[in-house]
Write a protein that binds this ligand. Sequence first.
Ligand code: 5GP
Length: 118
Amino acid sequence: MTQTEPSIFTRIIEREIPADMVYEDERVIAFHDIAPQAPVHVVVVPKTAQYRNVVELAAADPELLAHVVAVAQRVADELSDGEFRLIFNNGESAGQTIFHAHAHVLAGGLTEGTLGSK
Ligand code: 5GP
């Protein structure tokens, strides 16, 4: 699918809009979510904008998906106790609002209520 405008995440990667950065390497970037749903809520984003969601990412580049997971662990180690919940919203009705594949890392004392709400 052709994307006409860069996603918010691409604009953060390009430093066009600010974000509270946690981690960056040549393949991914991680920053605090602007609307945190847990004491620690960080988004890990592949720099490439070519995958709209985790399913496309997993099919095309499983190694990059594995790297996203490894970075999630690193973030949870650095900002919390190393334990975390990893969420990929996939599709609008599942809560996805930005169609540039990304993982939510939630940590720092979770309750079951943060798994999702109706
Ligand atoms: P999604 O709903 O697509 O799974 O996740 C998008 C996430 O990006 C949401 O949790 C939302 O709060 C976050 N977000 C949207 N715009 C911005 C922004 O400009 N900066 C940051 N740091 N997070 C954002």
